[in-house]
Write a protein that binds this ligand. Structure first.
Ligand code: 1Q0
Length: 214
């Protein structure tokens, strides 16, 4: 599975997760969402069997982009501003989805949980043996993160899709950052930034009791 000519590199995509953290440890939503957009492009390249995942991801990214480009865009510049604004305005459904079914807080929470999957998956890819099964790495990462939030039918569909993933080397190649060694090195550079964004978001959501939003 060779990378398409002109295809962009995963390095640029993951840079979004580096650029989104400010010196004050705020998370800028613009680059954060850019990072997700780029990941979805990679996901689309992995085959139509993943389209049920990319559709959901795109829908969530779109909800957030609408807020970020909308009338209240200043309130959606950073994750911290968004949490402040939505909570103080009573714009978040805390018990069940009703008046505000698509709040920024609940939408980002879904992406945040998926970011944990991404972190585990990329860590797995980076440290696995050359002949390791990508689908096993992906399934393990999923079971240790997102699966807890998905109903049975989604879990089954996800695991079936993971079985179609290419070998570790083919995967590293599709990242389009050079040979396997360079890809592994790039992941080593990018992962601390992903962990950082995950940690900041987790702390913020914990502080405001937002980790179980319906
Ligand atoms: C490489 C394989 C990619 C596997 C992605 C793992 C995630 C599985 C998620 C299954 C989601 C199923 C669709 C629906 C889920 C929703 O119910 C759920 C909750 O939302 P809601 O509104 O019902 O409460 N949504 C989510 O949990 C959000 C899921 C977002 C997943 C975003 C995944 C983006 C993936 C990017 C792939 C990156 C590949 C990186 C490596 C590339 C190297 C060439």
């Amino acid at each position: 599975m060779a990378a398409a000519p002109g295809a962009f590199s995963l390095r640029e995509v993951l840079a979004g997760f580096q650029e989104c953290v400010t010196e004050q440890r705020e998370v800028l939503l613009g680059p954060y969402l850019c990072g997700w957009r780029g990941l979805v492009r990679f996901l689309n390249g992995l085959g139509a069997i993943f389209s049920f995942i990319s559709k959901d991801a795109v829908a969530k990214i779109q909800i957030m982009e609408n807020y970020c480009g909308g009338e209240r865009r200043e309130e959606y510049r950073t994750l911290q501003a968004m949490v402040r604004y939505e909570l103080s305005g009573g714009l978040v459904d805390l018990q069940r989805r009703s008046a505000h079914p698509d709040s920024g807080c609940r939408t980002v929470l879904r992406l945040h949980r998926a970011l944990r999957w991404l972190q585990l998956f990329l860590e797995g890819l980076r440290t696995a043996r050359q002949d390791a099964s990508t689908s096993a790495i992906c399934t393990d990462s999923y079971n240790a993160s997102l699966a807890a939030y998905h109903p049975w039918v989604v879990r089954k569909a996800a695991v079936v899709a993971f079985c179609t993933l290419p070998s570790r080397d083919a995967f590293l190649e599709v990242m389009n950052v050079g040979g396997p060694e360079e890809a592994v090195e790039m992941l080593g550079d990018a992962l601390p930034h992903i962990r950082n964004v995950y940690g900041i978001t987790q702390e913020l959501y914990e502080q405001h009791h937002l980790l179980d939003l319906p």
